[in-house]
Write a protein that binds this ligand. Structure first.
Ligand SMILES: [Mg+2]
Length: 120
């Protein structure tokens, strides 16, 4: 199961469609950090990858990493960031993010990264 969280419906659709087109199944979506946290707790032990936006309402992506890492230390976390949010990458890494992807992303590279993480 892959959990995607982004407050942009457009980004959610792009990420989901890219994953589906490349054969990934069991994708769940959240529109903000709080919803993502609730879904993660509901599906504890079943999620193999998190793809998270940095700026989201209710609970931002960086605080969300901290929350997720309190009960899930090992599942890879990929952050979706924009160029201007690059400064937040360091903080995200400190809190336990595995990697990041700069939006707008290249679909092929995105799938390469996802496939690699899911194989580990
Ligand atoms: Mg956002």
């Amino acid at each position: 199961m892959i959990l995607i969280a982004d407050d942009s419906e457009v980004i959610l659709d792009i990420v989901k469609n890219t994953l589906v087109l490349n054969g990934f199944k069991n994708i769940i979506e959240a529109k903000d950090g709080q919803e993502a946290l609730e879904l993660a707790k509901k599906h504890i032990g079943k999620i193999s990858l998190y793809i998270l936006d940095v700026n989201m309402p209710r609970l931002d992506g960086i605080s969300l990493i901290k929350e997720l890492r309190s009960f899930d230390a090992s599942t890879p976390i990929i952050m979706l960031t924009t160029e201007v949010e690059k400064s937040k990458i360091q903080k995200a890494k400190e809190f336990g993010a595995t990697g990041w992807i700069i939006k707008p992303f290249d679909a092929e590279k995105f799938i390469q990264v996802i496939s690699m993480l899911l194989k580990e």
